[in-house]
Design a protein around this ligand. Sequence first.
Ligand code: 5RP
Length: 220
Amino acid sequence: MTRDELKAWVGRAALSYVQPDSVVGVGTGSTVNHFIDALAGMKDRIAGAVSSSVASTVRLQAHGIRVLEASQVESLPVYIDGADEIDPRGCMIKGGGAALTREKIVADLADRFVCIVDDSKQVDVLGRYPLPIEVIPMAAAQLQRRFARAFSGDARLRGGVVTDNGNCILDVHGLRIDDPLAMETEVNQWPGVVTVGIFARHRAAICLMGHDDGVRTLTY
Ligand code: 5RP
């Protein structure tokens, strides 16, 4: 079973969390692309989707799925998205696709976050995957120094990437995130930080994890 086959498997499995006639929150990434393709099969049974990126919007619309603005809904029953890492409490690192800010906004609208990953994303402690931070460009150099001082982290500018919001991404290497909620809270307050890619406040309620022997459902 290849990684992509595992991603396709969990993408299809997530359909069972989509409520008929509801608006579904849709994340970003290669795993979510499989979910979107599967969702197309039930597009006449949902009211539409709120998307977390231009890329997901384009894919949803190509399937004829109605895309609503986040401002058009008061809440969503479910948000379905991938992750770069997920720990045993459902806390995640996200932002590998640079969509973390809109992902957190849509996740915040949702009653529950259903995470879809292959088993390579499961970790005991977050931080092996470089932590993405969306930052206002004028603050990037100063935030690089601050990560080095505060956490001995090596924050590198992601070359050639401008987010959907016109900002840049720092990827912070060399972290061990023992207390994800504390680090998310701290870094969110630093001037120039738009969004930190730790999803502890908006952690997963459920994770559908693809293993060679099938999809396991983890609840937190
Ligand atoms: C995008 C994300 C993605 O969910 C994360 O990078 C996982 O992507 P993939 O499903 O391609 O492995 O956070 O910003």
